[in-house]
Ligand binder design. Structure first.
Ligand code: CMP
Length: 139
């Protein structure tokens, strides 16, 4: 089933020069395409909308600070089973539990600085796409 998902390459990815590597892994997958892409530093209002479900959790404050610490790359990726697929490519949230061959498993070590975010469901994808690419969700 063709889907769209919202992907963020987090500030550690831009800082460490891993944007190209991560986008390559996504682009190489058959029947997936990058439908939109933007490099930007996120403001508090955008981050509050995106991470609303995590308010009150112990990692929320440091996560917000980290996510505003430098530019991120926001992408819409489109294609066959892309929601589950990009999450599989990313690997588990905790990079030490993420398998070899996954983005987090290969390149990250700590849970906060885990390089990539990807929507976890069709509902989240629609909500997150409307936050980062407000015109796009209307298409
Ligand atoms: P992501 O799944 O993209 O969205 C929530 C983010 O919060 C997650 O990636 C991590 O960056 C961060 N996160 C989740 N759980 C923890 C945790 N236990 N400690 C620190 N950061 C976390």
């Amino acid at each position: 089933m063709s889907q769209r998902t919202l992907v963020l390459l987090k500030p550690d990815a831009t800082r460490r020069g891993l944007i190209g590597e991560i986008i390559s892994r996504i682009e190489r997958k058959a029947n997936w395409t990058v439908a939109a892409m933007e490099l930007r530093t996120l403001d508090t209002a955008t981050l509050e909308k995106h991470y609303g479900e995590h308010v009150g959790k112990p990692f929320y404050g440091p996560l917000m600070e980290f996510m505003a610490s430098g530019p991120v790359v926001a992408l819409i990726v489109e294609g066959e089973s892309v929601i589950e697929g990009v999450r599989a490519l990313a690997g588990k949230t905790d990079p030490l539990a993420a398998g070899p061959g996954t983005i987090r498993g290969d390149y990250a070590t700590i849970t906060r600085e885990n390089l990539i975010h990807a929507s976890d469901s069709e509902e989240s994808a629609a909500r997150e796409i409307s936050i980062f690419f407000p015109g796009f969700s209307l298409v």
